[in-house]
Ligand binder design. Structure first.
Ligand code: FEO
Length: 135
């Protein structure tokens, strides 16, 4: 059973962003499944890297879209991205140095962060960006 499942209540009603969020959910589930299957450090590290890299790409895409339309909530939104990116970088560094950081609590944190960020922050830009013609 996946840790996190896409549903319409997570939609920002912008196709490309919804697709990116679905990919992030899939990567979080991959990492969770790999942990559950007792995969080794190398396999977990590869999936974690993929998740971190994709998160960076997604944040950059979303920020570019907000900047292009002069979204007024951009700076506060970017701050949330930067905070999560810093946490995930620390997580990745700790993992690389052999600390036992890949835990169920970390997976729950990622799941809760993503769902609350999408619902509480990403969905706020939808009316503004859609009003500017973003689809
Ligand atoms: Fe979809 Fe603001 O991250």
């Amino acid at each position: 059973m996946p840790l996190l499942t896409w549903s319409n209540d997570l939609s920002v009603k912008i196709y490309s962003i919804d697709e990116q969020h679905k990919n992030l959910i899939a990567l979080i589930n991959n990492l969770y499944d790999a942990m559950g299957a007792g995969k080794g450090q190398a396999a977990l590290g590869a999936i974690l890297k993929e998740l971190v890299d994709y998160t960076t790409t997604h944040f950059a895409n979303e920020e570019k879209l907000m900047r292009a339309q002069a979204y007024p909530g951009y700076l506060a939104h970017k701050k949330e991205h930067d905070n999560l990116a810093a946490k995930v970088n620390t997580l990745q560094n700790d993992f690389s140095s052999g600390k036992p950081v890949m835990t169920v609590e970390v997976m729950r944190f990622l799941k809760d962060w993503l769902t609350s960020h999408i619902k509480g922050t990403d969905q706020k830009y939808s009316p503004f960006l859609i009003g500017k013609g973003v689809t």
